[in-house]
Design a protein around this ligand. Sequence first.
Ligand code: CO
Length: 210
Amino acid sequence: MNAYEKLLLENKAWAREKTLEDPEYFKRLVNIQTPEFLWIGCSDSRVPANEITGTSPGEIFVQRNIANMVIHTDLNLLSVLQYAVDVLKVKHIIVCGHYGCGGVKAAMGNQSFGIINKWLRNIKDVYRLHEEELVAIKDESERVNRLIELNVQEQVLNLAKTSIVQHAWKTDQRPHLHGWVYSLHNGIIKPVCDMEPNTHIDHIYEYDNP
Ligand code: CO
C-alpha cells in the first residue's frame, strides 16, 4: 500500500469511529464554526495544535508557517487574522513556538537557504534586537531556545501592532494575546508572555483610529 493510501484508509476509520461515538457529530460541525482561539504555530509536523492542547475540530482556528511568524506583509496571515478577529470573534490568539525550532536555528546561522532567507531574515531582526542578551549565553542550544522565546514574544507584539487587533481591543475588549513555547522533549507548553486587551504598547505603533 502506498503511504498516502494509508491516510485515506485511516480517514475512513476515523470518520466511522466519530459517527459511532456520536451520530450527530458531523451534522453539528457542518453548521457552526465558533472557535474561541486563533493559533499561530510553526509548520513543524511535531507540533499539531489540536492534539497537544486536547482540543477537537471546531475549537481552534489555525495558521501555521515556518517559525510561527507574524509578518505585516504576509497577506495570508493578515487575512486569517482579520477573519478570526472580525468574523469569528476569537477571544484568544496564541502564538506557539517550540524549542529546537529548525527555522530559528537556521536564522541564527550564516548558511544561505535560497528564498527562505527572506522569511528567516525577520528572525535575524529579532536576534539583532536582543543581541546583547543572546551573545552572553555560551551554550548554543540554550541560545537558540532563548531566541525561540524572544521570537514568540516579538510575534505577539507584532499582533498588537496591527490595526486589526487594536480595533478589536478598543471596540470589543478582546482578544487576549498569548506567547507559548512547546517542548518536543516532554510535550509541555511553557507560557512566556501575554498581552491583555488594551495593553499599552509603544506609542509609535499605536493608531488613534484603528
Ligand atoms: Co519550528
